[in-house]
Design a protein around this ligand. Structure first.
Ligand SMILES: Cc1ncc(COP(=O)(O)O)c(C=O)c1O
Length: 432
């Protein structure tokens, strides 16, 4: 194949010469512009050239070769043998729970234990799949769910523990494995915020039967929108793929879709039990599925982003430490969540616990006025939100209720440069 990427990169260089920098949000947040975004994409010409090449000369516009290659490369990066890419982290959670329910034969009304604090689409897929979330309060030292509470909350109908590490900070996976073994539970990871985080030197996905990830621009790597389900159990990923691809039975992926007789070698057969009719396996529907497919240019971008993965983790860890030190130096009355002894976190952000609600309100307003973006720790207690109130009483979770009052986070994006740190120091030094 001709070297299209070099030609596209040359075009991008001449475009920049004629028009100046490309728009910052869509392109490159590395340049400082008196604003410290909490996160954002880290694109360079390589990502743009890959995306344009996929559009210009790719065989598929929708999920095809690039997506398939990205699935394989991503699986390798997190030590999982099988992965399926979807159009978001939320979709990944949706089809992951659907696939686990089918694979383990969970029934409607069976339970999944989950932190009451977190991102809404960790929890919604449990209900959307006919199961019941069993909420667990958090502990304030780590902001992760309290593992004593977790053990107490599990009943004989609980089938799984859904772990979603807070901003990438792992809870005690040894203890989670112990509880799972004792109570015969499946461990599921919402890894959307924790790509690159390790427990005892191993990727968190290796402690779970299945794991999800998000590639929204704020996350460790981005494909603009995008998500992944990974597992070492091929069948779980096969079922997840079916749910994401209209529910179809055919399991061909990438170029295998062009094989006249499919991967099975048996594409046109009497696929439906009790029916003699010869059918194309691509149009046999095993599940009531969705269409959550990504497009091929997202796979092409993902492959480029993966090349930066270790640099991203290094930078995020380094930026986390530097930003925490600046806050400690200039602002009294703050605490930072504990990292456990065996955890090595690739931080999604820098969580900050304030001594009071008044302090949080004042500090957040001051940072925002001075161009330093802040975020709440997502939903706080999910049960205070109108869409979730029927699932339980928020008053039963006293620690969770303090999250929106006292906790917020700022970024530690890999795109920050020395200018960002110098500016943040000036801003924090002047805080009264
Ligand atoms: C823990 C967690 N789970 C799920 C999601 C959803 O991912 P997406 O935005 O790709 O749908 C997010 C999004 O930030 C998240 O932080």
């Amino acid at each position: 194949m001709p070297d299209f990427r070099s030609e596209i990169s040359a075009f991008l260089a001449s475009f920049r010469e004629r028009h100046g920098a490309l728009p910052k949000f869509a392109y490159n947040l590395k340049e400082f512009n008196n604003k410290i975004y909490y996160s954002g994409p880290w694109y360079e010409d390589a990502e743009l050239a890959a995306a344009i090449e996929a559009l210009l000369v790719g065989k598929w516009a929708s999920s095809g070769t690039y997506v398939h290659k990205f699935e394989e490369a991503f699986g390798k990066a997190i030590g999982q043998t099988h992965s399926v890419m979807v159009n978001s982290g939320s979709s990944a959670n949706l089809v992951m729970i659907a696939a686990l329910k089918k694979f383990y034969d969970w029934q409607d009304g069976d339970e999944i234990a989950v932190s009451v604090v977190g991102f809404p689409t960790t929890i919604a897929p449990i209900v959307q799949n006919g199961m019941k979330p069993v909420f667990v309060d958090i502990e304030f030292e780590t902001l992760n769910f309290d593992l004593d509470e977790l053990e107490r909350a599990c009943t004989d109908k609980t089938r799984a523990i859904f772990v979603s590490p807070v901003l990438g900070n792992p809870p005690d996976f040894d203890r989670i494995a112990e509880i799972a073994e004792k109570k015969k539970l499946v461990v599921v990871l919402d890894g959307c915020d924790s790509l690159g985080s390790l427990w005892r030197g191993r990727a968190l996905a290796s402690y779970a039967n299945a794991a999800s990830c998000s590639f929204y621009p704020a996350h460790h790597i981005t494909t603009i929108e995008g998500g992944m389900v990974s597992s070492n159990t091929e069948e779980i990923v096969k079922i997840a793929r079916s749910f994401a691809w209209w529910g179809r039975g055919c399991w061909c992926v990438g170029p295998a879709n062009l094989l006249p007789n499919g991967t099975c070698g048996n594409r046109f057969s009497a696929w439906i039990e009790g029916q003699d009719t010869v059918l194309d396996h691509k149009y046999v529907f095993e599940h009531m599925g969705y269409n959550l497919k990504p497009i091929d240019l997202q796979g092409a971008i993902g492959l480029e982003q993966l090349k930066k993965l270790s640099e991203i983790h290094e930078r995020r860890r380094d930026h986390y430490t530097r930003i925490q030190e600046l806050f400690r130096k200039y602002v009294a009355g703050l605490k930072f969540p504990l990292s456990l002894a065996h955890a090595e976190t690739s931080w999604f952000g820098v969580p900050i616990i304030c001594e009071s609600h008044e302090k949080k309100t004042r500090l957040v307003a001051y940072l925002e006025q001075n161009g330093v973006q802040t975020r709440n720790y997502f939903a706080g207690n999910i049960l205070i939100h109108p869409g979730y109130r029927t699932l339980g009483d928020y008053r039963d979770f006293p620690h969770a209720n303090r999250v929106l009052e006292e906790v917020f986070f700022v970024g530690c994006a890999p795109t920050y440069t020395s200018e960002h740190f110098e500016y943040l120091e000036i801003v924090l030094e002047a805080f009264r």
